[in-house]
Design a protein around this ligand. Structure first.
Ligand SMILES: Cc1cc2nc3c(=O)[nH]c(=O)nc-3n(C[C@H](O)[C@H](O)[C@H](O)COP(=O)(O)OP(=O)(O)OC[C@H]3O[C@@H](n4cnc5c(N)ncnc54)[C@H](O)[C@@H]3O)c2cc1C
Length: 377
């Protein structure tokens, strides 16, 4: 689950919003006795806390600076019965223009411990993978996380999505997954209990972990790394940063949420969109970057008007319909749609990718003809 309980449509009456905020603050203060109440804030715009730089305000907003604070905040929201969302770096989500009706807990629990002798690295789930965690492992001469240099992610987000990258250079023969170095993690369950689970619990897959379907929250993770020459680790980091820099839009001038559509096995969502000539397509401030047809950017940030979540949703719908019409595949979104988008007008229905006998976006019996035609173009 995305740590979102269904929120009511539209804005809440101010009195109800204030009641929720006060109740959350009171319960949190009972759990964190030295809490400065002003840390619980209201009406905080979420755009600046996402890599897309898009999104309306959270009714209530709290930044957790330790695993204990994170657990306390989530437990308080559950006790008050208010919808909540745990936010990492916001690199794999799109927040609706009307924001989030409930509590957003931004995870900044970032303590890291490395032990070269055992190869174990422990990190709180809000630790930022690049540069903070990876630099700590490089300093300790430990190998296993350097492959993910340059990817915006917290440890929690990385486990949620099973962070991956084509590495190591120069061969780049396979996709490496963070699951390969996960030893265990401490979770907070829906029952409020903390427990430690091993790698198997996560049932990791491509862009998948059990976290997608449970109410568990990652508080910290332990990685098992291997001692290696720090100079070689540094080489891998530099080569991966260079490789990414040449292919991905830079976040400061072309904010994005990375790949917007899920991979379709053996085809590639970006390739399908590219074959349809969709690079450069723009709706409002949202645009398909010229660098990669599976990445939408907030083109307004570089000048003009910033994209709205509505612009992005309409561009997604346009790409989905064009690819289906021209290639016969149905693309589904990889990024999480968080909060209240208001009335978006006509878009493909939710679940359309699997309707009419389609499986994983592929039509019944596959669609080799359209695929081959496209390849010839
Ligand atoms: C420019 C760019 C390039 C990218 N390149 C890659 C790439 O090469 N490879 C790749 O794999 N991904 C890539 N991504 C996607 C993104 O970096 C990953 O999905 C990343 O793991 C998201 O982490 P986050 O902390 O930002 O999570 P968020 O976007 O903040 O949250 C994503 C989901 O994780 C959940 N979550 C967050 N923390 C926790 C927790 N502690 N416990 C349980 N659930 C939690 C959230 O509730 C939410 O549902 C890229 C994104 C961008 C913007």
């Amino acid at each position: 689950m995305a740590f979102v309980t269904p929120a009511p449509d539209g804005a809440l009456a101010p009195a109800e919003r204030d009641r929720r905020e006060d109740a959350f603050r009171d319960v949190l203060a009972r759990r964190l006795t030295d809490l400065d109440p002003s840390r619980v804030r209201s009406d905080v715009p979420l755009g600046p806390f996402t890599t897309f730089q898009i999104g309306g305000p959270a009714d209530v907003f709290f930044e957790a600076h330790s695993a204990d604070e994170l657990a306390a905040a989530v437990t308080a929201a559950r006790e008050v019965g208010v919808p909540f969302f745990v936010l990492g770096l916001g690199a794999n989500i799109l927040v609706g223009d009307l924001g989030f009706r409930g509590v957003v807990v931004r995870n900044r629990a970032a303590h890291v411990q490395t032990d070269r002798a055992s190869g174990r690295v422990w990190a709180e789930s809000g630790a930022v993978v690049w540069p903070d965690l990876i630099e700590a492992t490089l300093d300790a001469g430990l190998s296993g996380l350097e492959h993910y240099a340059g990817i915006p992610s917290t440890v929690g987000g990385a486990l949620w999505q099973n962070l991956h990258f084509l590495s190591p250079p120069p061969e780049r023969e396979r996709t490496m997954f963070i699951e390969e170095v996960v030893a265990s993690a401490e979770l907070l369950g829906a029952d409020g209990q903390r427990r430690t689970v091993d790698r198997e619990w996560f049932d990791f897959g491509y862009d998948y972990s059990t976290l997608h379907v449970t109410d568990d929250l990652v508080l910290s993770a332990t990685f098992q790394l291997e001692p290696k020459d720090p100079a070689r680790l540094r080489e891998i980091v530099e080569a991966n940063l260079e490789w990414r820099g040449a292919r991905h839009p830079p976040l400061d001038t072309e904010p994005s949420a990375g790949s917007i559509f899920k991979k379709i096995d053996g085809v590639g969502a970006g390739r399908l969109a590219d074959w349809c000539g969709l690079k450069g397509t723009r709706i409002g401030g949202a645009m398909v970057t010229q660098r990669h047809a599976n990445i939408l950017i907030n083109a307004g940030v570089a000048g003009g008007q910033s994209a709205t979540a509505r612009d992005v949703r309409h561009l997604i719908g346009y790409i989905q319909e064009t690819v289906e019409r021209e290639q016969g595949y149905r693309l589904s979104t990889e990024v999480g749609m968080i909060g209240d988008f208001g009335d978006l007008g006509r878009l493909p229905e939710a679940g359309w990718e699997e309707a009419d006998g389609f499986t994983g976006g592929v039509p019944p019996g596959g669609h080799p003809e359209a695929h081959r035609d496209a390849e010839r173009r």
